[in-house]
Ligand binder design. Structure first.
Ligand code: NAP
Length: 275
């Protein structure tokens, strides 16, 4: 069965739209982009469209690649101090010369709607969730929407990034799953993935997960986004895997729309918290 992230995200967006309609002053998201990365342009546009759709005011701060670090710092501080702004997002990846770690951590923990600052990540690791990264949050919400039981289940995550793999491991632990995290140095990947009741791939490699790596009736979450010849693919060999598993996310239409919905949800929840 397909885990229809698009349909669930539409439901979430409808709910957010209704809530935002009641507010005289609209919630506001500011996105800071440095440079002109083509993929980032697409992602920023889709965030802007989603914000417009539900009534969130969208500020797009776009710097040229030759902007000084100090100018970016000044802008982050300005947005931190602007009481009208409820969420600040630094569009990644940054051009190489910028210190992503430093800039991300300048964002106030109360406006860090991507949940990527050390403080919000630390809170997540201690089960005191504040703002949680959108992709892992979207995955767990998708599983919950389909009433997929996580308690005691073996969840295997391929990928250990700060953006997806690590925070997802924490969220799944909070749901009482037993979690294994794999990465590029993992030995015998297939032996581990075959044990997964829930298998999540967040690598960025087309056809990494093949039929022989998957247990029958497992739940498959495909986070990967791989553009090949203008077409979008996940990490999973969808056509050959789909018939032996119980649930699977499509790419596109699975995790991607859930990520955007969680971003909107983080902005609106943050706004409501401060009313
Ligand atoms: P990342 O930072 O590049 O991390 C990739 C992870 O995959 C690393 O931990 C790496 O291991 C591991 N890896 C690489 N090759 C491997 C292999 N052959 N076997 C096992 N593990 C391997 O990427 P990311 O930011 O987490 O994103 C991962 C994918 O998800 C990308 O395709 C990205 O576009 C997509 N994504 C989608 C969404 C969405 O909303 N759908 C959101 C975020 C990301 P090492 O740590 O050892 O290098």
């Amino acid at each position: 069965m397909l885990l229809d992230g698009k349909a669930i995200s539409n439901k979430i967006k409808e709910d957010l739209t209704k809530r935002v309609k009641n507010y005289l002053v609209k919630p506001c998201l500011a996105v800071i982009q440095i440079g002109n990365n083509e993929v980032s342009n697409i992602y920023v546009k889709s965030k802007e469209k989603a914000c417009n759709q539900i009534g969130i005011y969208f500020i797009h701060v776009k710097f040229e690649e030759d902007v000084s670090e100090q100018e970016v710092i000044n802008k982050i501080i300005e947005l931190n101090n602007d009481s009208y702004v409820n969420g600040i997002l630094l569009q990644l990846p940054l051009p190489k010369k910028f210190n992503q770690y430093k800039l991300l951590n300048l964002i106030s923990k109360t406006k860090d709607v991507d949940g990527l600052t050390d403080i919000n990540m630390g809170l997540l690791f201690k089960n005191h969730n504040n703002l949680v990264p959108c992709t892992p949050l979207g995955i767990v919400n998708l599983l919950k929407e389909y009433n997929i039981d996580m308690v005691g289940k073996h969840a295997v995550i391929i990928g250990r990034s700060n953006l997806v793999g690590k925070p997802l491991a924490m969220l799944l632990l909070q749901e009482d799953a037993t979690v294994t995290v794999c990465h590029s140095k993992t030995n015998n990947l297939k032996e581990i993935t075959k044990q997964a009741d829930i298998l999540i791939s967040a690598v960025g490699q087309k056809n990494l997960v093949t039929k022989d790596m998957v247990k029958e009736n497992a739940v498959i979450i495909d986070v990967g986004m791989n553009r090949v010849d203008g077409k979008l693919y996940g990490d999973v060999d969808f056509e050959n895997v789909k018939d032996i598993v119980s649930y699977i996310t499509p790419v596109p239409g699975g995790v991607g729309p859930m990520t955007v919905a969680m971003l909107l949800s983080n902005v609106v929840k943050n706004y409501e918290k401060n009313q």
